[in-house]
Design a protein around this ligand. Sequence first.
Ligand SMILES: C[S@@+](CC[C@H](N)C(=O)[O-])C[C@H]1O[C@@H](n2cnc3c(N)ncnc32)[C@H](O)[C@@H]1O
Length: 275
Amino acid sequence: MPGADQEAWRALNRANWDERVAIHLRAPMYDLSDLREGRGRLEAIEEAELGSVAGERIAHLQCHFGADTLRLAQKGAAVVGLDFSAPAIEAARGLAGELGLAARFVCADVYDAAAAIPGPHGFDRVFVTWGALCWLPDVAGWARVVASLLRPGGRLYLAEGHPSAWVFDDDAAEGPRPGWFAPYFERGPLVLDDPRDYADPEARLANQRTHQFQHTMADVLNALAGAGLSLDWLHEHDGVPWRMFACLEQGADRLWRFADRAWLPLSFSLSATRR
Ligand SMILES: C[S@@+](CC[C@H](N)C(=O)[O-])C[C@H]1O[C@@H](n2cnc3c(N)ncnc32)[C@H](O)[C@@H]1O
């Protein structure tokens, strides 16, 4: 992207995310009771796949207000969370203090993570989940950041909305099926004006314009390979932790799925090891 656009996406997206922090801190979707009871649980997909993190050094990129960072800390990991939203990092530090958990939080853009996170790096794991990549214009650059934070043999855990599902949007006029949103190969920026927040249907954002980016499955996998990571496994899931489309129904495991049949993957997760 030209230089002027680069600053546009960053400033617009950060203002949007700054405003969402207070909304999310009181939203039922971001229920913190598990954390407050000292038994933090990640979403069902991570719980099933991550394995023990006890004793690991983990960098959590785009950590929002740190809820999952602190869940990883409660599972025994030494964690550092990074996000570019100052209100999010302030809330994360407050939550860590309230819960008496040792966790470091850094306010920086993800592309500056290697410089912003105090060394030594050589993390055992980089953890990135749910709604992270769509905010980033350069997935190859992101993969290089991930690789630079990991020790050789260290692993990325990534769980994300599936790029083929991002192609659809809700369209009430079409009935209970999602309508088209953007072609799979249209990488963006998608300039979106949307005052709604996914965690609170009543909320209306003043900072409603964002720039978002699509990354095909091939783009993500090639970015990781190009940065020196080898794929351990890739899973596609028929569920996703948020109500991606109005027609989805929530299961006992809290994941949202199509009610009738598993029409397409709604999310994916992968593990990749730094060579
Ligand atoms: C949907 S949230 C991710 C939530 C995450 N799964 C969690 O642990 O709660 C997306 C996050 O990405 C952050 N973000 C977006 N663009 C960023 C960037 N360029 N650098 C750092 N953080 C960014 C936002 O501030 C927001 O907290």
